[in-house]
Ligand binder design. Sequence first.
Ligand SMILES: Nc1ncnc2c1ncn2[C@@H]1O[C@H](COP(=O)(O)OP(=O)(O)OP(=O)(O)O)[C@@H](O)[C@H]1O
Length: 309
Amino acid sequence: MDIQIEKLTKTYGPQRAVNNISFDVKTGEVLGFLGPNGAGKSTTMKMITGYIGIEEGDIRIGGKSVTDPESNFKQHIGYLPENNPLYLDMPVIDYLAFCASLQGVEKTKLNSRIREMIGLCGLNREKHKKIGELSKGYRQRVALAQAMIHNPEILVLDEPTTGLDPNQIIEIRKLIRDLGKEKTVILSTHILPEVEATCDRILIINRGEIVANGTPETLRKQAQDNEVLRVRIEDAEAGKIIKSLNALDTVQDVDPIQREENVFEVQSVAQQSSKRNIFNLCVEKKWVLTELTPLETKLEDIFRNLTVN
Ligand SMILES: Nc1ncnc2c1ncn2[C@@H]1O[C@H](COP(=O)(O)OP(=O)(O)OP(=O)(O)O)[C@@H](O)[C@H]1O
């Protein structure tokens, strides 16, 4: 089920938490929502799930506006809020049964659905404990189980792996990827490797505005106007190599790498590649080229450049 966000705005007092943002999410897509603290991620997610109202703009879910009283959009959405309001006195299994009935899961399917979620979220040993007795990570698993209990077509997950141990993080990321093949998933996180591991597309939001939207590869390409190559050339003197590399038309800058003999970072002029020129130079000079690797811009750098103000 597709989601369309159009010119969405939300103001708290004098502050615009979300400022005129528009984006789409398609079925079978996992969208990673990134942004520094206070950027407006949770506010956007709360509007998508109907937790708070829309001030300006529109959200269409499966083509229908959430402002249409007949759209029943909430039944299609599973939501893991940032601070999940779990009922601490309820045993896990009763809580899931309660959530399932609230979400309208048919009575005949209730037990099998609860069993499935308990297995999927690794809650078997804890299922009879009260939620208040669970560790932080297990509470997060219960929260995930409740978000998925009614098998919704859309999942909105606000920092889904917070508090989980490394094994469970790997399992939950795999689960999100698998779910994302058929469902529409939006997840927010501060963990950049998490986005690379789970998301098809990244949206970066800063001070309520979208500052980037694309696949990790596209964002890297956009950020990297100039090719940077790591080059190792042997059987020649470093000074001569630097001089010859600098003389190539496509090369803008050459930096020798400290502590590594005859290794250089070569930056090309904008929109040009120096790979062939470097190879041909080594052939001509009879130098041995043992490394020629493009250096990628790290997602961390892209994020910092777009969000540090
Ligand atoms: N109920 C509220 N009342 C007043 N201001 C709010 C309220 N909720 C959020 N804000 C403000 O709106 C801005 C965006 O907050 P939001 O929680 O959406 O950010 P976020 O990107 O989810 O941040 P974080 O990564 O820290 O969770 C913040 O400046 C926040 O202080």
